[in-house]
Write a protein that binds this ligand. Structure first.
Ligand code: ADP
Ligand code: TRP
Length: 322
């Protein structure tokens, strides 16, 4: 069975951009591929995260509540499989500095004033290790991760040239039709930009986040353009085509304010995630089960990672005597 692998950083609460860009693909692919879906808690150190421990469990709860099935997939923490970091070091030694200097994500972050440290700079090498360690065939991610995937492929090719065929060259699985989900301020939605609508925000919290969506200042009576409105774009992600046509008509007719549109957006979001809300509340009461899922996931992951590292060390000439 082909393998699909991906990770999400526990650097904050997961939002609907993470859902449509990544998790929805994980859910679809668990039916057809052997899935490895982990929490990239080592990666999140590059963004100086708060509440790392709590956020780590939160991502796992979100995965399970949204429908990742621990029987069909391996759900684990990156930190439970030390082979990731070992491979990262070997790959670091064949990765040209120039390759990393071209990374958009690194350049964007430093341009936003995030102090550059070596972890942030070498982030794509750890990501390459995550993927190559499992000989993953497919990597479902959002468009913003495309370049990181290309780097993982370049690093794999380089290693194979230098040491002989070792790693599978992974294919990105990107929903090209999906533009990045925009945040409440109209920029890409991201945990680090404070512009999110969170998957598990409900009621008051959800309302507050939706109210932050920036609109133009058209009066209530005026007709409005659905296609330039972010409330409408978000609505399209959750609603049926019939609901979308109906909302479009209301925008064009006038006498329909952005406040009304926000209320309709809130309703479709709460309807869409209603089962997940219930499941998450149950899981929170059963953390022993959640930890067991992670332990079993890590053991299954190590069953693949450990023999792969034996092969890698042998190819490089790294001696271990234990
Ligand atoms: P964030 O930018 O919020 O920290 P991550 O970098 O942890 O998100 O991304 C986790 C996954 O979610 C990745 O596959 C990424 O491509 C996807 N993703 C993140 N934000 C968005 C978005 N706004 N639209 C679509 N996909 C996204
Ligand atoms: N860089 C990814 C992100 O920010 C997270 C990630 C870490 C990842 N390792 C990975 C994604 C391996 C896919 C495969 O979203």
């Amino acid at each position: 069975m082909k393998r699909s692998l991906s990770g999400i950083q526990p650097s904050g609460t997961l939002h609907i951009g993470n859902y449509f860009g990544a998790i929805k693909q994980f859910l679809e692919q668990q039916k057809v591929y052997n899935g490895f879906y982990f929490v990239a808690n080592l990666h999140s150190l590059t963004s100086n995260p708060h509440n790392l421990e709590e956020n780590t469990y939160d991502v796992v709860l979100d995965y399970l509540a949204l429908g990742l099935d621990p029987v069909k997939t391996n759900i684990f923490l990156q930190s439970d499989v030390p082979e990731h970091v070992e491979l990262y070091w070997y790959l670091s030694n064949i990765t040209p500095i120039g390759l990393l200097e071209r990374a958009h994500s690194y350049k964007d972050k430093t341009a936003r004033g995030i102090a550059a440290n070596h972890g942030l700079f070498s982030y794509p090498v750890l990501m390459a290790a995550d993927i190559l360690l499992y000989d993953a065939d497919f990597v479902p991610v959002g468009k913003d991760q495309k370049q990181h995937l290309e780097m993982a492929r370049d690093i794999a090719i380089k290693f194979n040239q230098q040491y002989g065929e070792t790693f599978k060259i992974p294919e990105p699985l990107i929903n090209e039709a999906l533009q990045a989900v925009l945040g409440t301020d109209g920029q890409k939605m991201s945990k680090s930009y404070g512009n999110t609508i969170d998957i598990f925000a409900q009621g008051k919290n959800l309302k507050k986040q939706i109210n932050n969506i920036v609109t133009d200042s058209k009066e209530l009576e005026e007709p409005k353009d659905p296609n330039s409105c972010n409330i409408f774009k978000l609505y399209e992600l959750f609603a049926t085509s019939k609901q979308i046509t109906a909302l479009e008509a209301k925008y064009l007719a006038g006498n329909f304010g952005y406040g009304h549109a926000k209320k309709e957006l809130m309703d479709v979001i709460e309807y869409y995630f209603k089962d997940a809300y219930i499941k998450r509340a149950e899981l929170v009461q059963n953390m022993d089960y959640v930890k067991k899922v992670l332990q079993e996931g890590a053991l299954k992951a190590r069953d693949v990672a450990a023999p792969k590292m034996v092969e890698v060390r042998k190819k490089i000439g790294i001696v271990t005597t234990l």
